[in-house]
Design a protein around this ligand. Structure first.
Ligand code: ASP
Length: 592
């Protein structure tokens, strides 16, 4: 038997017991004749102690133990004289009677402790060592627990988990597909699912009215901290439901997850915010509503004053930062630098300080009077002591820059606490999005999303105005999930394809099987999918989803541990009847 207990198990009630432990050597400390070893496994750390006076040979042996050696010890549990109340095993130690080295270890390239000296690239290269650290372990445990709770909740609500293919036909989630060549069908390719969207709709046609799946999805897009080429979704679909039914079901699941994983009880219904309001007041479709600071549009009020920046602007709006009137020149310069960063993209910042004495100090004194500022202050609901920050320019860009500025001010004012959660549903998304470059409409969600009944006629006359039965769950400014009520009528679906610029033949080639299925009695249905990795990272309080994925890829889509993707042999290429061209051919040749 390698062990009687884990390294996280022994307590004061175990004193005097003879035990056997196995684990990794985290640290060896010599204090006079005493040697202390921290022995670690997945469950915790237990202090081992060897007294050189009691056993000189053993003492010499343990002093030579290297970091991360795998050892087995037998010994007796004793009460510690100086207790460590920070760890659950901190009241006891094991007086070692015998020790066996099960394996030696090379010196790890970074310290395997909560606070490590390893940078991200190094930690990911040696991810198996990184995963020995508490924060990594806790993240994976949280992930496991969350998957369990999702399954429990969904199953109790009558949903069944059905697996769908990974090798499939291209799906229309709007990203690029990863493709897999088929040896048995030369020249043909599978696509990896961007989501199981079409399969879950087919399951509805098949009568499985409550489906879910915790499932890997694949999208070949540019990566960011909250994106991975392969990621996990909680994918769901229901039949005989309208939007309200779907929102209520998943609001229930969300509350259950908050309660079981974070011990946060959310009693109130989640606010429902129309997309148009989200854009108007927060400049984004994923507003962080942990704090107010809503945008105030003053375009009408201030244009025509002779101030060129305002007069030429399509949109002029701002926010009121409570209690910030004392901001110094330097503070304001910093904010100006912030909004001028290319990622934010604004040209300049106008400020209005509402002084405690009721006067205004502003960057546009030349163009406006104190009376004007008083009127602005009223619009912003500003009080003496507050600071109004204003941006102006082309509407879309300015709203988005103002959104960044609002979040920055939220950070500065400590209004974005990681342990405060503010969920909401954003609803009434537009069905379509116009793309200037390709001069065509794209589905804002995906082509199966149904328009609102009352807007169907607009599909012929003014497609840009059509609203969809689509919704997103947003928590703390992060899009956690989204879905829609689907089109279940083949005529409307065909019309939608037409608006999206598909010829009849293209629609038939890509989605003929779905259209066909819809002819055999498709029930009204709708669903949603949640980003599982993102949700775990929100609950874990970490900034990158990589921290909650066992073996993630870096920003270039590489697995730095096993160096994927990599070239394949010429024999493999031949078997697939594939030939590499240009850069790709050069690369392979240089690797050979
Ligand atoms: N398939 C969609 C997505 O991955 C979600 C849904 O509409 O259910 O975003």
């Amino acid at each position: 038997m390698y062990r009687t207990h884990t390294c996280g198990e022994l307590r004061i009630s175990d004193v005097d017991k003879s035990v056997t432990l196995s684990g990794w050597v985290q640290r060896v400390r010599n204090l006079g004749g005493m040697t202390f070893i921290d022995l670690r496994d997945r469950y915790g750390i237990t202090q081992l102690v060897v007294d050189s006076e009691a056993d000189d040979e053993l003492s010499r042996e343990v002093r030579n133990l290297g970091r991360e050696y795998v050892v087995q010890v037998v010994g007796q549990v004793a009460e510690r004289s100086s207790k460590n109340h920070k760890i659950p095993t901190g009241e006891v130690e094991v007086i070692v009677g015998g020790l066996k080295i099960l394996n030696s270890a090379d010196l790890p390239p970074f310290t395997i402790e909560d606070e490590t000296d390893g940078g991200e690239e190094l930690r990911m290269k040696y991810r198996y060592l990184d995963l020995r650290r508490n924060p990594a372990r806790q993240a994976l445990e949280l992930r496991h627990k969350m998957a369990l709770e999702v399954r429990k909740y969904m199953s109790d609500e009558g949903f069944i988990e059905v697996e769908t293919p990974v090798l499939m036909k291209s799906t229309p989630e709007g990203a690029r597909d990863f493709v897999v060549p088929s040896r048995m069908n030369p020249g043909q390719f599978y696509a990896l699912p961007q989501s199981p969207q079409v399969f879950k709709q087919l399951l509805m046609v098949a009568g499985y009215d409550r489906y879910f799946q915790i499932v890997k999805c694949f999208r070949d897009e540019d990566l960011r901290a909250d994106r991975q080429p392969e990621f996990t979704q909680i994918d769901c679909e229901m039949s005989f439901v309208d939007q309200e039914d779907v929102l209520n079901t998943f609001e229930g699941m969300t509350k259950h997850l908050f309660k079981t994983l974070r011990d946060v009880e959310i009693k109130d219904d989640f606010p429902r915010m129309p997309f148009a309001d989200a854009m108007k007041y927060y400049g984004t479709d994923k507003p962080d509503i942990r704090f107010e600071m809503k945008f105030v549009d003053i375009t009408e009020t201030v244009s025509g004053s002779g101030f060129k920046v305002f007069d030429e602007a399509e949109y002029i709006g701002g926010i009121c930062a409570k209690g910030c009137a004392q901001y110094s020149r330097k503070d304001l310069d910093k904010l100006t630098d912030f909004i001028k960063r290319p990622q934010v993209g604004a040209k300049g910042l106008v400020y209005v300080k509402y002084n405690d004495d009721g006067s205004f100090k502003t960057s546009v004194d030349k163009f406006f009077s104190q009376e004007d500022f008083k009127a602005w202050a009223e619009k912003f609901g500003a009080k003496p002591g507050d600071l109004i920050l204003i941006l102006a320019g082309e509407k879309k860009r300015t709203l988005s820059a103002l959104c960044e500025l609002r979040l920055e001010m939220g950070n500065r004012l400590g209004l974005r606490d990681k342990n405060t959660f503010a969920p909401l549903w954003v609803v009434d998304f537009p069905l379509l999005e116009w793309d200037d470059e390709t001069e065509r409409f794209y589905a804002m969600h995906h082509p199966f999303t149904s328009p609102k009944d009352e807007d169907v006629e607009l599909l012929d006359t003014n497609p840009a105005e059509v609203r969809a039965n689509a919704y997103d769950l947003v928590i703390n400014g992060v899009e956690i999930g989204g879905g829609s009520i689907r089109i279940h009528n083949d005529v409307l679906q065909q019309k939608m394809f037409k608006v999206l610029g598909f010829t009849e033949q293209e629609a038939e080639n890509q989605f003929g099987f779905l259209m066909n299925a819809f002819k055999y009695g498709a029930p009204p249905h709708g669903g949603v999918a949640f980003g599982f990795d993102r949700w775990v990272s929100l609950f874990a309080g970490v900034d990158s989803i990589r921290e909650v994925i066992a073996f993630p890829k870096n920003n270039a889509g590489r697995d730095v541990m096993n160096d994927a993707p990599s070239s394949i042999s010429n024999a493999q290429l031949e078997e697939l009847m594939l030939e590499l061209k240009g850069e790709a051919a050069k690369r392979t040749a240089s690797n050979e």
